[in-house]
Every structure is written in C-alpha cells, then in structure tokens.
Design a protein around this ligand. Structure first.
Ligand code: KG4
Ligand code: ZN
Length: 340
C-alpha cells in the first residue's frame, strides 16, 4: 500500500509517500522562508498564495521520486488543522479532490499528532503512558498518551509558543527569520549564564506554559543594555535567552512527569531541532530513568512524512473519512482535556 501525505498548515508546502510498513519513498518540502523573511514572521495571505502555486509541483515531485503514478496511491493523508486556515485549505482541498476523483480513502490528520508521530518513525515499542511535548512556532502543547493514537491534553501555552518567542526576539534584533535556527547558530559560542532569565510559573498551579513574559524580559534587557546585532555581547545574550526558553520548557515537562508518572517521554515540533533543548530533554529523561523519543532533526520541522506516517497508522484503524468532500479545516485544535 502507498500513502501520500500532504502538509500545508503553515509556511512549508510538503508531500511524501510512505508504504504501509513505514518505508519512506519520497519526502519533498518546499519552504517559504524567503517570502516571509522580510516581515520577520509568516504573512498568512502570502503563505496561502504560495501554497497554491507550489502544491501541484510538490505533489508531482513526491510521486516522481517514489516512482509512482497518482492512480497507484492507495490513500491520501492530509493535515486538517491546527494552523493558518488559508494555508490548510489549500492542502485539504487538493487532497479532497484527489480522494474523490480516485475514489480512495482520505485520512484527516491533526498537525500536532503528526509532529508526535515524527518522533516515533523509528521507534520500536513505545512504553505507555508517554508524555509528549510539541514545541513549534505556532504551538507549545503537552499530551499524555495512554496508547497509540490516544492523546489527552496536559498543558498548552497561554500566550506565545516557544518558537514564536524565539522568532520575535530574532525579529526585534533584526537577525533574520526563522529566528530559532538563527539564534541557535549565533548563541553557539555564547555564555548562557551571562544574563539571567526567570522561569515563568503559573500562580494557579497549572502545568500550562507562558512565553510572553520571557520575551518581554528579553526586550527589556536589550533596551536597558543597548545590545544590538553588532554588539560583542550578542552571543552571550542569545545563549542566555535560548537557555531561558529551554529551561522553561524542561521545568514544566518535569512538573508534568511528577504529576502523570509516564513511562516514556516524546519531544517534537520545529524547536526540537534545537541542540540545547535536545540535550536538556535527554538529561531529564535519564534523570527520571524514562525512555525517550525525538525526531531526526530533518523531521522536526514541518514535513509530509509525519503526515503520511500518521495516515498509515490511522488507516490501519479505519480512521479515514467516508465523506471526503465534507471535511473542513480547523485553525485551533479543540481542547480535549481529560478525554482520549
Ligand atoms: O513545526 P514547525 O516547522 O512549524 C510550526 O508548526 O509552527 O516549527 C517552526 C518553528 C519556528 O519557530 C522556528 O524558529 C523553530 O521551529 N525552529 C527552531 C530551530 N529550527 C526551527 N528553534 C530553535 N532551534 C532550531 N534549530
Ligand atoms: Zn509544525
């Protein structure tokens, strides 16, 4: 069986073909970074227009690399949400048309669940319950999984996502977009203890995240110390800020480990490409004696492989729609706290 996965939730147009035993036959990702870079963040209208221009090429290229024709695809998996609604609609409408025309199953996939799947591509048996943290430009959210495809909300950010905070500080200092990788590169030789950042704590005892405070703290430090992008202290400042964001993530995750007592930990999403975060995450897992899973760095950011992979899992459980034309995109994931 061949499953084609399509992803257009933000600013990457991506498609991939997987076999039903998870062999990756193709993986095509067309990034829009150069269009959004001048604005320091994703411009939704430009993103959806570019998806529209790229989708045919990206899907055709994924089939060419897999050496398949469209009518040989057995099922179509597509990101339904959450994300930018105009962007989502491009991929979803495209996949709906293909499934309808070729009379093949259409498998709607949640973007955050697909990110979790990216960490499990090469995983053998996952010890459940697993605590999964998705950290990206649009989302910072943790889930407790009691088994495969079973996600219970644990916590989410109340304001900015972690990647968004990195992107915004990069924009503020005119360092480039996306900010996460730029900050990581510039922070490499910096002293992470040169500037102190506080770890945000919820006063109501919840496990939710918050990154607007640390972002404001960073902007204030830049203003007070007069640091700009040419300053010799820049790498120290960025290393400290990066460490602050990583510590906030790990601190909350550790709290959640205490509450939910999982058997394993999962880290995923674009920010999981960050080496400092990967290191601290592994340390936490070792300290707690838990198995852990992370995607290969190339599967951390948005891609079609994770969508097709989750598609394969869902198809095996008959979680496809019988009415492809009635599917709609959603910008926000509905909150399913306490429910699987
Ligand atoms: O998962 P993703 O591709 O898109 C969303 O679903 O949002 O994540 C993109 C985010 C951006 O905020 C980007 O700055 C961040 O991932 N990112 C990184 C790194 N690579 C990408 N953050 C920190 N370090 C990196 N190496
Ligand atoms: Zn993503």
């Amino acid at each position: 069986m061949f499953v084609l996965g399509i992803e257009t939730s933000c600013d990457e147009t991506a498609a991939a073909v997987l076999t039903d035993d998870f062999q990756i036959l193709s993986d095509v990702v067309l990034t829009q970074d150069e269009i959004h870079a001048p604005f320091g963040g994703v411009v939704p209208e430009l993103a959806s227009r570019r998806h529209l221009e790229s989708i045919v090429y990206v899907v055709e290229e994924s089939l060419r690399r897999a050496m398949l024709k469209l009518d040989q695809v057995d099922a179509f998996a597509v990101t339904q949400g959450p994300g930018l609604i105009g962007s989502l609609l491009v991929g979803l409408s495209f996949a709906k048309a293909l499934a309808y025309y070729f009379k093949k199953p259409l498998i709607p996939v949640d973007h955050l669940e697909a990110h979790i799947q990216s960490a499990l591509l090469k995983a053998g048996e996952v010890p459940y319950p697993a605590l999964a943290l998705v950290v990206s430009g649009g989302h910072t959210q943790a889930f407790l999984m009691k088994g495969k495809l079973d996600y219970m909300d644990v916590s989410r950010t109340r304001d900015d996502a972690a990647g968004e905070a990195l992107d915004k500080i990069s924009k503020f200092l005119h360092l480039g977009y996306p900010g996460g990788p730029v900050i990581e590169r510039l922070a490499e030789k910096g002293n992470p203890d040169a500037f102190q950042f506080s770890i945000p704590r919820m006063t109501d005892g919840s496990l939710d995240f918050s990154f607007s405070g640390i972002k404001t703290e960073a902007i204030k430090k830049v203003r007070d110390s007069g640091i700009d992008r040419h300053d010799a202290r820049l790498s120290d400042f960025l290393a400290s800020f990066e460490q602050g964001v990583v510590r906030a993530l790990i601190f909350n995750l550790e709290q959640a480990v205490g509450v939910y007592e999982p058997q394993s930990l999962i880290l995923c999403g674009g920010v999981s490409r960050n080496r400092r975060l990967r290191r601290e995450f592994q340390e936490l897992a070792r300290r707690k004696k838990l198995e852990f899973f992370m995607p290969q760095p190339r599967f951390s950011t948005d891609n079609g492989v994770m969508v097709a992979a989750l598609g394969v899992e869902k198809l095996a459980r008959h979680c496809h729609t019988s009415f492809p034309l009635s599917l709609n995109a959603y910008a926000r994931r509905p909150s399913l706290r306490g429910k699987s």
